[in-house]
Ligand binder design. Structure first.
Ligand SMILES: Nc1ncnc2c1ncn2[C@@H]1O[C@H](COP(=O)(O)OP(=O)(O)O)[C@@H](O)[C@H]1O
Ligand SMILES: [Mg+2]
Length: 250
């Protein structure tokens, strides 16, 4: 059976990114960053197939999630500062060379639009959005709370079936807003879009049908939600917070 067959549209699904391959001349794993990160080294060695729909990257701080999301986003043609592929508001000096070492295999006839949402640069990005309105006036992002403005971005800019690269999008969001984000991601996937999302949120990662890749010293490996370290820690913490705080505060 063809995994890309979409019974609803009765067409082969044209996902924006089928796979990410190492580009000609990409370095092998070595001791220099970012090829020194195991997950990056794995992608430089064997590439990575991306499933249709939503893929989450989960793992400890420093495991390489942001480096991968940025490298793939920029290789796809998105601005390293965040925003859509047309957004070219400034260059980012801290950008890693990874994007130059990757080659994106696009779906045949797939949508080429995309959006890169990185938490640290949202503020400058709001200024850019206000100064470069897409269709009609933009909401006044600077006058909203962080979480409110974030949801406004989701609602005004996440309406194309393109490729969405998101880095910890839950950072600004309450529990119930994170649930709203699940619904946004599901809508994108249902409309033929694709999402690559780094997250620390067990709520977000619970999106049914999503692919989860656990990032760590082993590289990248498929995982199921119930078995994630993240989920087990939250479960046992909520069960008995004192078990954790005791050790910290003694
Ligand atoms: N510009 C940089 N130069 C050198 N090392 C970096 C740079 N940016 C990040 N790193 C290192 O790369 C590793 C992976 O970082 P990152 O991708 O941000 O991890 P994560 O998003 O999973 O927390 C970390 O050890 C980090 O210190
Ligand atoms: Mg990160």
């Amino acid at each position: 059976m063809d995994p890309f067959w979409d019974p609803r549209s009765r067409r082969r699904r044209q996902q924006p990114v089928v796979a990410v391959h190492p580009a000609d001349g990409a370095p092998a794993a070595d001791r220099t960053w970012p090829a020194s990160i195991p997950a990056v080294a794995q992608v430089l060695r064997e590439g990575i197939d991306l499933d249709p729909g939503v893929t989450f990257l989960v793992g400890e701080n420093g495991s390489g999630k942001s480096t991968l999301v940025e490298g793939i986003a920029v290789a796809y043609g998105l601005s390293p500062e965040g925003g859509s592929r047309q957004a070219r508001h400034s260059t980012r000096p801290t950008e890693s060379p990874l994007s130059e070492w990757l080659r994106i295999q696009r779906g045949v006839g797939a949508n080429r639009w995309g959006f890169f949402l990185r938490a640290e640069t949202m503020h400058s990005f709001y200024t850019y959005l206000e100064e470069n309105p897409s269709t009609g006036p933009e909401p006044l992002f600077h006058e909203m709370s962080h979480g409110e403005s974030f949801l406004a971005v989701l609602e005004t800019r996440f309406d194309d079936p393109g490729f969405y690269c998101l880095d910890e999008p839950e950072a600004a969001l309450s529990f119930s807003s994170t649930l709203s984000l699940i619904a946004v991601l599901r809508r994108i996937a249902d409309e033929g879009g694709q999402v690559l999302c780094a997250t620390h949120s067990p709520v977000l990662a619970a999106l049914p049908g999503a692919t989860i890749l656990e990032v760590g010293e082993w590289g990248l490996r498929p995982a199921v939600w119930e078995d994630l370290e993240l989920v087990r820690h939250w479960r046992s913490f909520l069960d008995d917070p004192a078990r954790y705080t005791r050790h910290l505060l003694d």
